[in-house]
Design a protein around this ligand. Structure first.
Ligand code: FAD
Length: 397
């Protein structure tokens, strides 16, 4: 691992990124290291979309190992890398899956085998051992499996990447909403942005990447193209008290209310899933809150007496369409949509994925953009340690 930022060759090409969530920040870091001039537009504060509202679980991929193998493998690889690249934003705490019913106990062998196939070192431990690690888990659980899950800071990981990009010259425009994409022929030539003062400003770019998460469809529509993204809101409830150090999950196929993540002095139970057309201003539903608290109590009985700290919702930017209600038919993997097929040759959308794999998503999209721009570049984000998240705020252009 290197932690210096050597001066780099500048390419004479500007890439505009729409969306300052984890995906946009990781993209800005990767593209800046490759030598591109980078502009990032975010309609709110950085990470104010889904990125600033998730549980902060660093996924080992175990949750997805049985049904969604690709994302499981990516999570495992990226969770190892994130621990090396942004150690100050990651807890080295681990996770335990608990089987609470006979059906879940029967599922355990399938789960462990699938984890091993995805490269995830899942290991069954005795209930006594699990209780030694975490005395407050349900003592009536039937089987327990440890996995390398963990906790990370939802804000600081992207901010580290943004700090690195900024130090290499990337310009971040918070509170700048992209409201128009001007095209000439088959290319976007400029982005029209509303500034915090309510004025319209135009920015030129050679290439545009839509990293708008659950808003990606609305952003793509500005260039009259389509992105198959499904905004799928989920609710989380945080209670006061950190009941466990490890992430505690239900040993069952992914469903609602099956993960408890310790975050600082809080414990967060998540989540639920519904579908919406509009990811703006989401609020938790009362029935989601009571459902989640009931489910949390099954994993950690002490949850029932804990004072609620907060409840909130955020929308997953699921890649694909056709999902109804709480169904889990859409993969959690990511997708690059090239809008050349719809007639715009310098525009791609990067959708789906997980916060855990933001670096990998950026690598693939930056490879793709470089090739489309005819530039021979390579990814360095696996080995170069970005600066501290604190540098994002202290760095002056
Ligand atoms: C309930 C829930 C729990 C989750 N838990 C986890 C977890 O524990 N671990 C994990 O790894 N992943 C988790 N995820 C997934 C993860 O949160 C997302 O995959 C990730 O945050 C998406 O990041 P993003 O940058 O693509 O989107 P966002 O963070 O939403 O960024 C998109 C940005 O685009 C901006 N934008 C939109 N329109 C415009 C415009 N016109 N102009 C300028 N800016 C615009 C938005 O304001 C937003 O900030 C969870 C998701 C949900 C919903």
């Amino acid at each position: 691992m290197k932690n210096n930022l050597p001066s780099r060759k500048k390419l004479n090409k500007t890439i505009a990124i729409i969306g300052g969530g984890g995906t946009g920040c990781a993209l800005a870091w990767d593209l800046s290291l490759r030598g591109f001039s980078v502009l990032v537009f975010e309609k709110g504060e950085l990470t104010s979309g889904t990125t600033g509202r998730h549980h902060g679980q660093i996924h080992s991929g175990a949750r997805y190992a049985v049904g969604d193998k690709n994302i499981a493998r990516e999570c495992m690889e990226e969770s190892i890398l994130l621990r090396k690249l942004v150690p100050e934003a990651v807890e080295f705490n681990g996770g335990i899956f608990l089987a609470l019913t006979d059906e879940e106990a029967d599922y355990t062998d399938t789960f462990i085998e699938a984890c091993h196939e995805a490269g995830i070192p899942a290991q069954e431990i005795s209930i006594e051992k699990a209780l030694q690690f975490e005395p407050l888990i349900n003592p009536h659980c039937k089987r327990c499996v440890t996995v390398p899950d963990g906790t990370f800071d939802a804000f600081r990981v992207p901010l580290s990447f943004a700090a690195g990009a900024r130090m290499l010259g990337a310009a971040f425009y918070s509170f700048h909403e992209v409201v128009q994409l001007d095209t000439v022929g088959n290319k976007i030539i400029s982005l029209i942005v509303t500034t915090p003062e309510g004025k319209q400003q135009s920015f030129a770019a050679d290439f545009v990447i839509n990293a708008g998460g659950a808003w990606a469809k609305q952003i793509a529509a500005l260039a009259k193209v389509h992105v198959p993204v499904t905004p799928a809101p989920g609710t989380m409830v945080a209670v006061k008290n950190r009941f466990t150090d490890k992430v505690i999950s239900r040993l069952a196929p992914p469903g609602d209310g099956d993960i408890i993540v310790p975050q600082r002095e809080l414990s967060i139970i998540g989540s639920t899933q519904r579908v919406t057309d509009n990811p703006e201003g989401l609020l938790p539903l009362p029935e989601e809150i009571s459902f989640l608290l009931k489910r949390a109590t099954e994993l950690i009985p002490a949850f029932s007496n804990a004072p609620i700290h907060a409840a909130w919702s955020a929308a997953r930017p699921l890649a694909g369409e056709g999902l109804t209600g709480s169904g889990r038919s859409l993969s959690r993997d990511f997708m690059i949509v090239d809008h050349s097929d719809a007639g715009i040759t310098n525009f791609i959308s990067l959708i789906g994925g997980k916060a855990t794999i933001l670096r990998a998503m950026a690598e693939k999209a930056a490879d793709y953009a470089s090739e489309k721009l005819g530039e021979q570049t390579y990814c360095e984000t696996r080995t170069i340690v970005p600066p501290s998240w604190r540098n994002y705020y202290t760095y002056k252009d």
